[in-house]
Design a protein around this ligand. Structure first.
Ligand SMILES: Cc1cc2nc3c(=O)[nH]c(=O)nc-3n(C[C@H](O)[C@H](O)[C@H](O)COP(=O)(O)O)c2cc1C
Length: 500
């Protein structure tokens, strides 16, 4: 009996202490809020005004789980993310009952099914494609779907390791992004595209100029198949890479040749490239030094500028041509970028790709310059659209992030990525187990390839690169779809049979 009374008394004391502390804190916060001057809500509504901030932060998470509809969120909705999730996990990607996609949204591509598609034994395997026929070591790229540039620095060591091993397993290439070549890129033995950003990380001398000796060192790796000069990236045209100081550890600083802890900002353009002639000079020089195909990556600002570039290429002859052009859409992703650039600068790949494909073909460079498209092309329908619209290859960054387990927490610029993909904090990195995640990367790539082939077969061609614009109808705002070749016909060389 005495014991029970004591326990009750202790409980009551604890209760009083908690209430007392809460009241004291409330009074303290009341005065802090009332007399501070920076926040109007807290000044006018002391204490309860604080909940607004807490709820806005929590809302970001709750919306994703409880309130957002399957096709609602941005940049990627749940249906898109879940497709990648199931493909990566090797789970069935069939759905039941009917499509939840609203097919009346203008711009939606609708593929034209053939009445008599080829029989299963008449399908061809997608052929590898040659890039850089004039380079000393051209590259025969096995896959039309590949991993777009994400630097080691923007993404973590285990993320790069899993991508490298997964890329090898699936037979796709891995682009290094602008953060130089690390041992982790090489670990899996996959094909690598080395990207030369404006800071020239990994291939620069003490003064930040392009170093031929370093270029040769990189090219000496057999796995490095091509070099990509980055002019711009869809998420931040006109701005160089931004690696926040919080994400720079000793190893990254060594590999890039930069200082630890200080934000690493790349120049907003290559200082020695002031014109398309300069650009082609750089392409020729790097191809000569490395012996490997060299291309460029850019986001398209306008059709005129692209015409100007192809005019310069045509005038100098196909030997001066870049071996490939990566067209990144304004909708592209990034580790960190200013919001006005991420939102509003640069054309969408949906608009730019068909236009640039036509300009290239008009200049007679179809077989010489390969087009690689990127920008939210992460599900099979998107990839099939790009190939039919004129791309030779598609590359994705965020599709592969989802394969690695990304939950779209939008914290890539913070070093606190909860899935370990874009952080160098070991606490979070331990969630990204390379042994498990590399298999997901490989399964995702293989499943995309398989499903794009399925679409190609359904429209009646033997392999994806045989799809043409006539195989797609594009939904208009009046609810009627129009064949894409009527909206923007492909370029037809004079006196050749129509093939658009
Ligand atoms: C975390 C992250 C890092 C990136 N780093 C680079 C980079 O170093 N160089 C580059 O050209 N693009 C970079 N990108 C852009 C991607 O390569 C790609 O062009 C863009 O995200 C569009 O593809 P997606 O929509 O499939 O992500 C990065 C993107 C992300 C999400």
């Amino acid at each position: 009996m005495g014991f029970a009374v004591n326990a009750l008394e202790i409980l009551a004391l604890v209760f009083v202490a908690i209430i007392g502390t809460l009241v004291l804190m409330g009074v303290l916060f009341f005065f802090v809020d009332r007399f501070q001057t920076s926040d109007a809500i807290r000044r006018n509504y002391p204490v309860i005004g604080r909940f607004r901030h807490i709820f806005s932060e929590l809302g970001e998470f709750f919306r994703q789980y409880f309130f957002a509809m399957d096709r609602e969120e941005l940049p990627f909705n749940r249906a898109q993310r879940d497709w990648v999730g199931r493909a990566s996990a090797g789970k069935s990607n069939t759905v039941a009952f009917g499509s939840t996609r609203n097919l009346n949204v203008p711009g939606t591509p609708i593929f034209v099914n053939a009445p008599f598609p080829p029989l299963n034994d008449q399908y061809a395997r997608t052929e590898p494609m040659l890039i850089g026929p004039t380079a000393r070591t051209p590259f025969v790229a096995p896959s039309f779907f590949n991993i777009s540039g994400m630097s080691y620095g923007a993404i973590s060591k285990p993320a790069v390791q899993a991508l490298s091993r997964g890329a090898k397993e699936a037979g796709v290439w891995l682009n290094t992004g602008e953060g130089a070549l690390s041992p982790f890129h090489l670990e899996g033995g996959c094909d690598i595209v080395f990207q030369i950003g404006t800071a020239k990380y990994g291939v620069r001398d003490q003064e930040g100029n392009l170093s031929d000796a370093k270029l040769r060192e990189v090219a000496a790796h057999d796995a490095v198949r091509m070099f990509e000069i980055k002019l711009s990236q869809g998420a931040k045209p006109g701005k160089g890479g931004i690696l926040p100081g919080a994400k720079i550890n000793e190893e990254i600083a060594r590999i890039r040749g930069i200082e630890m802890g200080k934000d690493s900002i790349s120049p907003n353009r290559h200082k020695e490239i002031r014109s398309f002639d300069d650009l082609l000079d750089m392409v020729i020089h790097i191809r000569e030094v490395t012996g490997k195909p060299v291309g460029i990556k850019t986001v398209v600002g306008s059709e005129e500028v692209m015409r100007e570039m192809f005019d310069v290429i045509a005038a100098r002859g196909s030997d001066a041509a870049p071996d490939f052009i990566t067209l990144d859409g304004g909708e592209g992703g990034t580790g960190a970028a200013p919001m006005p650039l991420i939102d509003l600068v640069g054309m969408s790949v949906r608009e730019a790709l068909p236009v640039v494909a036509n300009i290239r073909d008009e200049h007679g460079l179809k077989e010489r310059i390969r087009l690689i498209a990127s920008g939210k092309l992460i599900n099979p329908g998107d990839v099939a659209w790009a190939l039919a619209a004129g791309a030779d290859f598609v590359a994705s960054a965020r599709g592969f992030m989802f394969a690695l387990g990304c939950i779209q927490a939008l914290k890539c610029n913070k070093n606190t990525c909860p899935t370990g993909i874009t952080t160098h904090d070991p606490r979070f990195q331990k969630g990204l187990v390379v042994e498990d995640k590399y298999a997901r990367v490989a399964r995702y790539a293989k499943e995309i390839i398989h499903e794009v082939e399925t679409i190609a077969h359904s429209v009646g061609v033997a392999e994806p690169r045989l799809m043409r614009r006539r195989h797609m109808r594009i939904m208009q705002s009046n609810g009627i779809s129009i064949p894409m070749n009527e909206i923007l016909p492909s370029y037809q060389p004079p006196a050749s049979p129509a093939d658009d």
